[in-house]
Design a protein around this ligand. Structure first.
Ligand code: GLY
Length: 337
């Protein structure tokens, strides 16, 4: 059953823009919800769907080419509306296709995972991977409507994905709200989320994106936990045993909080609260010498770096972060605590 607000906003938009065709992009896991969810729209526009295999493997230029070809064969014009119904992969891929097909067609994200609701589905970053290089090709392209999150969709979300989204949610608490962090500390399980928690993250991200839409400076605070998190993700991908994004980010949050403390930014008592909280919900792997060396290699290759220094966002306190510290890789030895 669809969220009334989502359907109302789409119908209003279609009427206002005289939309005749809407194409839903979804994956094999989410497809089964498609007809029930969007049934009401078919009274107003002609609906079509494109289904891609679930998982990161679909976030490729090859899939984008197949979608462009499909849209072209069906003679979809510039006013065709693309509706991305799925998690982060579908939102990133669909946004990329929308930004490039006929030099840009209107689109919206209807995210079905926690991670996409609070992060990937907001903010206009689109893209595909180039083999192991995540988001190596992409655009900034903003949805025509920002649809509200439908938390009912989370009822069927597998635990692993839920926990992964929770990793991103903890990030928002650490960089944006001491109060939210305190609320999260009271949770027995990460699945006890209240809608207000999601609302906070969505509002916070929207405000940051409004101030720095093209990711020049302030928006980098959203990368807290991601410098190390992305390195961990690449490490597992190379091992052939991929880790969910938010689970890698949670480990990044842990180690980047430790770094913030060791470099004198974060007070010790706040670091200790974080160090107690994160391992309750996430596996944090020890960063021993050889592994740290490997992760440092990935971090040095991050596109945000210059002069062989690694770009980090650091925490000043729980609820406040500062972006763009350039840190020498030697400082990371501090993780061997
Ligand atoms: N996920 C970080 C950003 O959208 O900037």
């Amino acid at each position: 059953m669809a969220n009334r607000d989502i359907i109302r906003q789409l119908l209003e938009h279609f009427r206002r823009k005289d939309t005749r065709n809407a194409v839903v992009l979804t994956d094999e896991n989410v497809e089964r919800y498609y007809s029930g969810y969007f049934a009401e729209l078919s009274g107003c526009v002609s609906m079509d769907k494109i289904v891609v295999p679930a998982g990161e493997c679909s976030k490729s230029i090859e899939t984008a080419i197949r979608i462009w070809q499909y849209l072209a064969e069906k003679q979809y014009d510039k006013n065709t509306f693309l509706l991305n119904f799925g998690g982060g992969m579908v939102c990133d891929l669909g946004g990329f296709v929308a930004s490039t097909y006929k030099r840009g067609i209107p689109f919206a994200n209807c995210p079905t995972t926690l991670l996409a609701m609070i992060d990937a589905g907001i903010g206009g970053k689109t893209g595909v991977d180039l083999q192991d290089l995540k988001n190596a090709v992409g655009t900034f392209y903003f949805p025509d409507i920002q649809l509200p999150a439908d938390i009912i969709l989370l009822q069927t979300l597998p635990d692993k994905e839920f926990r992964s989204g929770f990793g991103e949610l903890v990030k928002y608490a650490l960089i944006g709200s001491h109060e939210l962090f305190q609320d999260l500390c009271k949770l027995e399980s990460f699945k006890e989320l209240k809608p207000e928690f999601l609302d906070f993250c969505i509002d916070f991200k929207q405000k940051i994106v409004k101030e720095d839409p093209l990711d020049h400076n302030l928006r980098h605070i959203l990368n807290f936990g991601h410098t190390i998190g992305h390195a961990i993700e690449s490490y597992y991908a190379e091992l052939g045993d991929p880790i969910a994004h938010g689970l890698a980010v949670a480990q990044g949050l842990y180690y980047e909080s430790l770094l913030s403390y060791k470099l004198g930014h974060l007070p010790q008592e706040e670091w200790l609260q974080i160090a107690e909280f994160l391992p309750k919900h996430f596996d944090i792997m020890p960063l021993s010498g050889e592994l740290l060396e490997k992760l440092t290699y990935y971090m040095l290759n991050d596109k945000k770096n210059c002069n062989n220094l690694i770009n980090f966002t650091l925490l000043d306190r729980i609820g406040h972060a500062t972006p763009n510290f350039q840190i020498a890789s030697d400082s990371l030895i501090t993780f061997n605590h």
